[in-house]
Design a protein around this ligand. Structure first.
Ligand code: AMP
Ligand code: ZN
Length: 492
């Protein structure tokens, strides 16, 4: 029996709340996906991996989870504004591609990267362009409810009107009066009644080639609309969890709430979850400022901020050593420390199968296991979970050194719990856990090469020892020399 009292920090109430799903045993979760006009950077990956952890843990607890994560392939204008360019169109012009070629290229990159990190695919991955009709229906409904107006072929959400009966700003903690007081005069070109109003439908300029017919104009949907359309279509008008990066709270998620409430007269989401940012040099990793690292640069070491290459599992482990709601600053030193920790865990995992058992345990494995669940049940606290897993490393070493004893039953429980959390919940890949015969043969062959390299080193034949290391590295097998010998990692 797994302890199941799960608490989630709800960004809407700004407190940890006991989690109760709308439908017992089943969970609907929506996470805003990437805008596919460039390669995802490590910051984007952090957010998606934070929610992969949530998805994996909810499944581990036995819930049936429908996880919807969209692909934004239209409508997300730069500067969140009405006047900004469409980055997909901009990229298409730059690379002389069809916009859909841009979309395809970077969707494939996103999927490949997520697979390298061993992130599970969502249950449904809908696209904005595949849901234009649904989005038009929502605009029609909001107009009918009196919360939107048409001007020159575009349709805008009337924030002031909405705020008379609802609370615009409740997620981000902003007050409409303050927003109005802090904005300068409306510029002459805009069709909006108020600067806070946001576009539901935009009439396309002649050069805007991604366009669809609608009752108002040939145009395209506003960015916030797609997530309302796709989340409610697949999860219902009131669903359990909505996630995204902290930077999406305002205006994106605030506008999603307004659209859904205007349309369906009900609060769309019970638990809003926001993942915090990965920073580099103390500043948010971001494509637009050039302050970012790409996942492939991590895996090859080809970036000046990196001292060496790091595997996807180590990179992910580094991220999970911070809680998803804390800011995490990237540094090569911190990654090297994470790599050491990761290798220790993997060594302990390997050693577990060699331990001898006793009649009685001197360790309390059951209560240790409970604390692993308590950590995750406390708003997915992965750093505390990892501290508990390191406690298990201490157990393993003490048993090995015969300072502690463990019964066969407890050893089974220890192994099972370690496997569950390392591989199922954290989703870390371990070369040693490879169960296929091919994997075992590969491991045996690499071990043999490690021995030959050790012999070469002992004979001071450094040309040969370097050749073995470098050739393996070009084939994606990285050797790590530690004080307890050499281990290897297969880079995906
Ligand atoms: P975008 O493709 O820009 O919509 O971003 C995709 C996701 O990555 C969103 O959930 C963002 O909040 C998230 N994100 C962007 N930059 C960072 C960062 N530096 N750290 C963590 N998440 C980020
Ligand atoms: Zn969204």
């Amino acid at each position: 029996m797994k302890p199941q009292e799960l608490y989630i920090y709800n960004s809407l109430s700004k407190s940890k709340e006991k989690f109760t799903p709308v439908h017992e045993g089943a969970i609907g979760m929506y996470v805003c996906g990437p805008t596919v006009y460039s390669n995802v950077h490590l910051g984007n990956c952090r957010t998606f991996l934070s929610f992969d952890l949530v998805f994996r843990y909810l499944k581990h607890l036995g819930y049936k989870v429908r996880y919807v994560r969209n692909i934004t392939d239209a409508g997300h204008l730069e500067n969140d504004g009405e006047s900004g360019d469409d980055p997909i169109l901009k990229k298409a012009r730059l690379e002389q591609l069809e916009p859909m070629e841009v979309v395809q290229k970077y969707t494939v990159d996103f999927h490949t990267t997520m697979a390298k990190f061993n992130a599970l695919p969502p249950s449904i991955e809908p696209t904005a362009t595949g849901h234009i009709i649904e989005q038009i229906h929502i605009v029609e409904k909001i107009i009918k409810e009196g919360f939107a107006y048409e001007k020159n072929g575009s349709v805008y959400f009337d924030v002031v009107k909405f705020n008379e009966t609802n609370e615009y700003g409740k997620l981000s903690g902003r007050k409409l009066e303050d927003m109005i007081a802090n904005t300068r005069e409306l510029s002459a070109q805009t069709d909006k009644k108020n600067p806070q109003d946001f576009a539901l439908w935009k009439k396309a300029e002649p050069q805007h080639i991604m366009r669809w017919p609608s009752p108002w104009s040939e145009g395209f949907p506003g960015w916030h609309l797609e997530c309302t359309a796709m989340s409610t279509k697949y999860l219902g008008n009131n669903f359990d969890i909505h996630g995204g990066g902290m930077d999406l709270k305002f205006p994106h998620h605030e506008c999603e709430i307004a659209q859904a409430e205007a349309c369906n007269h009900t609060s769309p989401v019970n638990y809003w979850m926001h993942a915090n940012m990965l920073t580099l040099n103390g500043k948010k990793m971001s494509k637009s400022t050039g302050n970012y690292i790409l996942p492939n640069e991590m895996f090859t070491g080809e970036n000046d901020v990196l001292s060496k290459a790091f595997s996807p599992a180590v990179t992910k482990f580094f991220m999970f050593q911070a809680h998803y709601r804390s800011i995490l600053d990237f540094s090569s030193d911190a990654l090297e420390a994470s790599e050491k920790g990761f290798n220790k865990l993997m060594d302990a995992h390997r050693t577990m199968s060699e331990l001898s058992t006793s009649e009685k345990s001197s360790l309390d494995i059951e209560s240790w296991r409970k604390s692993c669940y308590e950590a995750m049940n406390d708003d997915f606290n992965s750093p505390i979970l990892i501290a508990n897993l390191f406690e298990a490393v201490r157990f393993v070493n003490s048993i090995k050194e015969e300072k502690e004893t463990i019964s066969a039953k407890d050893l089974e429980l220890l192994k099972q719990t370690m496997n569950d959390f390392l591989f199922e919940v954290l989703g870390l890949q371990n070369n040693d856990s490879e169960t296929s015969q091919d994997g075992e043969k590969l491991a045996a062959a690499v071990e043999l090469l490690i021995q030959l390299r050790n012999q070469a080193r002992a004979n001071k034949d450094f040309a040969m020892s370097d050749k073995i290391r470098d050739e393996l590295s070009t084939k994606g097998i990285q050797l790590n020399d530690g004080k307890d010998g050499t281990t290897f990692q297969i880079m995906n």
